[in-house]
Design a protein around this ligand. Structure first.
Ligand SMILES: NC(=O)c1ccc[n+]([C@@H]2O[C@H](COP(=O)([O-])OP(=O)(O)OC[C@H]3O[C@@H](n4cnc5c(N)ncnc54)[C@H](OP(=O)(O)O)[C@@H]3O)[C@@H](O)[C@H]2O)c1
Length: 372
């Protein structure tokens, strides 16, 4: 087998290991590792949760590692003391011949140092094998480290004619049960679910996770993503269903009403003061930067056309997850993304279709936004 193909094969296995942590590693990245000797996989490991051992250490501890083995790791091994000792030390201790990594650590403060230390220890290092797939798996972590912003995935359920709610605001339910269950898996992988006071007042959703560890195929208890609500003028009363369901709630507001803040805080929510934009609403870039500073990698939205449109218009959204039902709601119903009026084709927003599949009776489109 040519060397590149050989490396791809084992890195694909390391990525498969990393994906086991899809729902559990937040705020850490998903990382996998396999150890290969004489073209046979002799050990594998993955990072399960923040504070737990890293993938390389789990692999090393799972088997007797002979000298001169090859390690395939989906992310550069760490070289600094965090909650656990540096993985580079554990690797050097077992004297590998080669360490093949998919991507360098995206944290500009530490990126490259682990690889340098391995090279200095006499280990051959190859970097960049299946890098695109590795970046995709940790798109949120990478964006937070490199840009100080979370990766934003805008979910929208719409009709065949692109409508997200009836004219009177009713949107439950546009799509069928299988599509709504599919959305639960998007929630499960997200660090945060972003919604608005408007949607909470209209739909009274819980916005929590209703999947079991069995559904997620993991041993650990499912983690409830934090629910982030934008409520510029503190219109939420506290008697909405969301306040009595499991999971943290963070509210961003421009209001200084201390009584209301106090009331929501007593209900268990954390209320953060936010800068206002020209329209007097929560300024989205600063709010997202604040989320990133609190360790939020991936944001999944559950909102209507106003907030979804604003995130896209302000170039803060990375992906659209569109669930399209084979129904027509007519021109009296609301659109899916309020982008204001576009008068020239050059100003339209363009997406790249990454995936199309049928979920139950509905279509699911995965679209990456082009930021040109
Ligand atoms: N089809 C779907 O997938 C889906 C999903 C969820 C909801 N919905 C439907 O969508 C409807 C609500 O849609 P909507 O368009 O009225 O509301 P929305 O998009 O859910 O939320 C808009 C609200 O977000 C708040 N906000 C705060 N900062 C903002 C900013 N910088 N930019 C934009 N908004 C900001 C504003 O309220 P404040 O000024 O009060 O903060 C604004 O009114 C509901 O009827 C619900 O049924 C549909």
């Amino acid at each position: 087998m040519p060397p590149t193909q050989h490396h791809h094969r084992w890195m694909a296995e390391a990525l498969r290991q990393a994906r086991k942590g899809l729902y559990s590693t937040h705020p850490n990245p998903r990382v996998g590792c396999v150890v290969v000797a004489d073209d046979v996989m002799i050990a594998a490991g993955w990072h399960e949760y923040t504070g737990g051992s890293h993938a390389e250490v789990n692999a090393i501890e799972s088997a007797e590692i002979p000298r001169g083995a090859d390690f395939y790791v989906t992310l550069e091994p760490c070289s600094h003391h965090g909650r656990t000792p540096p993985c580079v030390d554990a690797l050097l201790a077992v004297q590998p011949a080669r360490v093949i990594v998919a991507m360098q650590d995206p944290n500009p403060e530490v990126g490259g140092r682990g690889l340098d230390r391995l090279r200095a220890g006499g280990v051959e290092v190859i970097c960049g094998v299946l890098e695109t797939q590795a970046r995709e798996l940790n798109a949120g972590f990478v964006k937070r480290m490199q840009q100080g912003l979370p990766y934003v995935s805008v979910k929208m359920a719409c009709s065949l004619d692109g409508r997200s709610a009836l004219g009177n605001g009713i949107s439950q339910w546009i799509t069928g049960e299988p599509a709504r269950r599919d959305v639960q898996f998007l929630r499960a992988r997200a660090s945060a679910i972003l919604s608005s006071a408007q949607t909470v007042l209209a739909d009274d959703p819980s916005l929590n996770l209703r999947l079991s560890r069995h559904d997620l195929g993991q041993a650990a208890r499912p983690r409830h993503p934090v629910r982030v609500l934008l409520d510029s003028n503190l219109r939420l009363k506290g008697n909405e269903r969301i306040f009595s369901s499991d999971g943290e709630i963070w509210i961003y507001t421009c209001s200084n009403n201390m009584n209301k803040k106090q009331k929501l805080t007593e209900l268990g929510a954390q209320v953060f003061g936010a800068a206002a934009n020209d329209a007097g609403r929560v300024a989205l870039p600063a709010m997202l930067r604040d989320l990133a500073s609190r360790g939020i990698n991936e944001v999944h939205t559950e909102c209507g056309q106003t907030l979804a449109g604003a995130l896209i218009a302000e170039r803060l959204a990375d992906r659209i997850m569109l669930y399209m039902a084979p129904h027509l709601l007519g021109s009296g119903a609301r659109g899916s993304f309020d982008l204001g009026e576009i008068n020239a084709m050059a100003q339209r927003k363009t997406c790249r279709i990454c995936d199309i599949r049928q979920v139950g009776e509905d279509l699911r489109l995965t679209l990456d936004l082009e930021q040109g």
